[in-house]
Design a protein around this ligand. Structure first.
Ligand code: SF4
Ligand code: SF4
Length: 292
């Protein structure tokens, strides 16, 4: 018991609004509690809108947790969206020798950081969410596969305990979520990766980047939001009646009126699919887009 006294793990989630980072943080805390630990979950919302960067924090401890702050020097980081890597310094404060789990089709060796070494785990959680039909308004909800991937490197909670909590939380969608948890657990690739030990040019650039986009209705104010897309909307001009409903509703002003028709500006389209949902003619086709 002696080595357990004072032992605590701090976990920071990075995601975008709609991906379920806050829910994941709460479910992880509940699974930790059922495993005999003290646990705490704290959400942090920036711009509260779909697609904007969000964070959440979980603390797991053998003893009572008295902190009520954000997690600044995590032992673990969980990145629900690979695109967030371009907007937010997800490695910030991560302890040397700590661990990071990233939703990506890349390999752990593809990542660079200033820590001396990290355990890097990668998993295609978006692909797993789509395969298991974990979609809300057409957007893959990757939070449960990411928890499955996390347990691959965090051995203090049994997979079965997490599955029990997931089943209880999601009711009739519990089985699909549990299947995604298990698939992610089994397919996660883990490598110990050596870092540079000093900030790279890319790290410095990221630290200068705006971390919380501001929402005002003109193209480009939230940055190049094309990197947020999981799905690409395309107008079928044979069906489009030019009613302008999509132009009116697009939250990024990424739909322009060009001559007698509308056109999507793919630099700023963030893939929220509001345009497809509001189109009365079903004239906006949607296909998966993988950013590598
Ligand atoms: S064009 Fe469609 S998918 Fe792209 S940002 Fe606008 S509403 Fe969202
Ligand atoms: S909402 Fe549909 S029909 Fe109307 S302009 Fe947009 S794509 Fe065309």
């Amino acid at each position: 018991m002696g080595e357990k006294l004072g032992k605590k793990w701090e976990i920071r989630f990075h995601g975008r609004g709609g991906q379920g980072a806050v829910t994941a943080s709460k479910i992880l805390a509940e699974a930790a509690y059922l495993s005999g630990f003290e646990a705490q979950s704290i959400p942090f919302f920036g711009a509260e809108r779909r697609g904007a960067p969000v964070m959440a924090f979980t603390r797991v401890s053998y003893e009572a947790i008295h902190e009520r702050s954000q997690v600044y020097t995590p032992d673990y980081v969980i990145v629900l969206d690979p695109i967030i890597l371009d907007a937010v310094d997800v490695f910030r404060g991560l302890k040397d020798g700590g661990s990071i789990v990233i939703n990506t089709v890349k390999s752990p060796m593809d990542f660079q950081f200033e820590q001396g070494s990290l355990l890097v785990a990668t998993v295609d959680a978006t692909g797993i969410a789509i395969k298991n039909n974990l979609l809300v308004a057409g957007t893959p909800v990757v939070n449960m596969p990411m928890l499955g991937a996390f347990l691959k490197i965090f051995s203090h909670i049994e997979l079965e305990t997490l599955e029990e909590v997931v089943m209880k939380k999601f009711g009739k969608n519990g089985k699909a979520n549990v299947a995604a948890v298990r698939e992610a657990y089994e397919s996660t690739v883990v490598e110990k990766v050596r870092g540079s030990g000093k900030p790279s040019t890319e790290d410095v650039r990221r630290k200068r980047a705006v971390t919380m986009p501001v929402s005002t209705p003109s193209p480009g104010v939230a940055g190049r939001t094309r990197f947020w897309r999981d799905f690409r909307p395309e107008v079928d001009y044979d069906v489009c009646s030019n009613c302008l409903s999509c132009w009116l509703h697009c939250p990024e002003s990424a739909i322009q009126r060009v001559g007698s028709r509308i056109e999507i500006d793919y630099e700023f389209c963030k893939g929220c699919l509001v345009c497809s949902a509001v189109c009365p003619k079903k004239a906006i086709r949607v296909s998966r887009e993988v950013v590598v």
